[in-house]
Design a binder for this molecule. Structure first.
Ligand SMILES: [Mg+2]
Length: 448
């Protein structure tokens, strides 16, 4: 039997803090990072997966992946990749490791990287990009990979099957249209908090000219700055939707007051207004800022929390994140929950590699679940794509359909070597200038 012979992890980090790319009210100096894993078998299979993080602590996730990897080494690969529902459950519900979550945080993300790496092998075996593999998979098999534990009160297997059966109508035509025309994108690139007004205006105009469906600005540092930046952006893009994102900065009442002070600029949604765990707080904010929509999800830990956000009427837009939860399986569960409640999914992307991964879920959602692109778009940020085997392609403000077999996770081995932390050649050149190295050396008594 073909079996798993090696599972290799790498702590890969990029010094994005040098340019303040990705800076917001909470994440002031991220060094975009990937806790990366490659699974190999003696049949020649190779499956890639990773978890995104903001720099320090990436080694913790890498170690956690190693802990879960011990459960997979030597196992029959066919048994795993042709029964991905059970493969996922055996990792995620491991009787000892689950104490560290359960089903949240570092361990869930680490297990998810391995689950997704197994999907990468399955998709490569079938010679299809993940979105097409999922879209053409029988509805019964999709239902079979979903873990309905603790969500059955909102979505049971029969209801999931009904949603997928309904999605079969017109699916072939939708797959063809995705291959021809792609899927709408919006861009966050103009709106990082660390950018100057001049850069904000220039990038906003470029985004509108490039055909993006929306731009997004980071807010929540200073209300006067936010009002000035919103006015500049509104002037730059005219009637194009502008979303705002506070990255969990506010208390509930503060969120309502702050957003209402920006209401005259007609924000499309307010993203992460408060703690990602505050389900009822989001419901209050939603009532307090209507008609501005409330969006969250990039830091929501599991399908169970998403279930409650949906049940409590807390969100207008669901922003799943491909590496925050337990891999491909849990993302499918979240897509189906959103469909059940009729809430559009606009996935979180950016970071490093999140665009490459998350596009597959929106393509699958359109082809086989909701059959619509109304009020739906995938986040786009134009950083670090050159490090991937198949960088995302944006044409006329839309994601073009990924074509390479697999999940999109494969990062070039040269990039992984160069930016492996702390010993890679890239880091030797950066020295103490990036946030992650500066802080490390400052603590050790070095000058910054
Ligand atoms: Mg965000």
């Amino acid at each position: 039997m073909p079996s798993i012979t090696s599972i290799h992890t790498q702590d890969v980090r990029f010094p994005t803090s040098l340019e303040l790319d990705g800076s917001d009210a909470v994440n002031v100096d991220p060094d975009y990072s990937a806790a990366y894993v490659v699974i190999r078998t003696d049949a020649g299979d190779e499956g890639h997966g990773f978890v995104f993080s903001c720099g320090r602590g990436n080694e913790i996730i890498t170690h956690a992946i190693d802990s879960y990897a011990a459960l997979l080494r030597g196992r029959d690969i066919d048994e795993l990749i042709y029964d991905l529902g059970n493969a996922s459950k055996r990792l995620i519900h491991d009787s000892q490791l689950r104490w560290l979550g359960p089903e949240k945080g570092v361990t869930q993300m680490a297990a998810g990287a391995l689950v997704s790496a197994l999907w990468d092998i399955r998709a490569r075996r079938e010679n299809k990009p993940l979105w097409l593999l999922l879209s053409e998979m029988p509805a019964e098999e999709i239902v079979d990979v979903v873990d309905f534990t603790h969500i059955r009160d909102a979505l049971n297997p029969q209801q999931a099957l009904d949603i997928l059966r309904a999605g079969e109508d017109g699916k072939v035509a939708r797959i063809a249209s995705l291959k021809a025309d792609g899927y709408p994108a919006y861009t966050t690139s103009p709106g990082w908090l660390g950018y100057s007004d001049e850069k904000l205006v220039r990038l906003s105009k470029e985004a509108a000219a490039d055909g993006f469906s929306m731009i997004k600005l980071k807010v929540g540092g200073d209300i006067n700055d936010d009002r000035r930046r919103m006015a500049l952006a509104r002037q730059a893009v005219g009637g194009l939707p502008i979303a705002i994102d506070a990255n969990q900065r506010w208390e509930v009442s503060e969120a309502i007051e702050w957003v209402n002070q920006l209401a005259e600029f007609n924000p499309y949604w307010i993203e992460e207004p408060t703690s990602t765990d505050d389900i009822l707080g989001h419901a209050d904010i939603r009532k307090g800022v209507a008609p501005v929509r409330v969006a969250t999800g990039e830091a929501v830990a599991s399908r169970i929390v998403f279930k409650q956000l949906l049940q409590a009427g807390s969100i207008d837009v669901l922003q799943l994140d491909s590496t925050r939860v337990g891999g491909v399986n849990e993302n499918i569960a979240i897509l189906l929950l959103a469909a059940k409640f009729g809430v559009p999914v606009c996935p979180h992307a950016g970071g490093v590699g999140l665009c490459e991964l998350v596009q597959h879920f929106s393509f699958f959602d359109y082809a086989a679940i909701t059959g619509t692109q109304d009020n739906r778009m995938i986040e786009y940020v134009d950083h670090l794509h050159e490090h991937f085997a198949e960088p995302v392609r944006i044409t006329n403000g839309r994601y073009a359909a990924p074509q390479l077999p697999g999940t999109g996770a494969e990062m070039l081995s040269a990039s992984r070597s160069r930016w492996e932390f702390p010993g890679g050649a890239g880091w030797a050149e950066v020295g103490t200038r990036a946030a992650v190295t500066g802080a490390t050396l400052a603590q050790a008594g070095g000058a910054r």
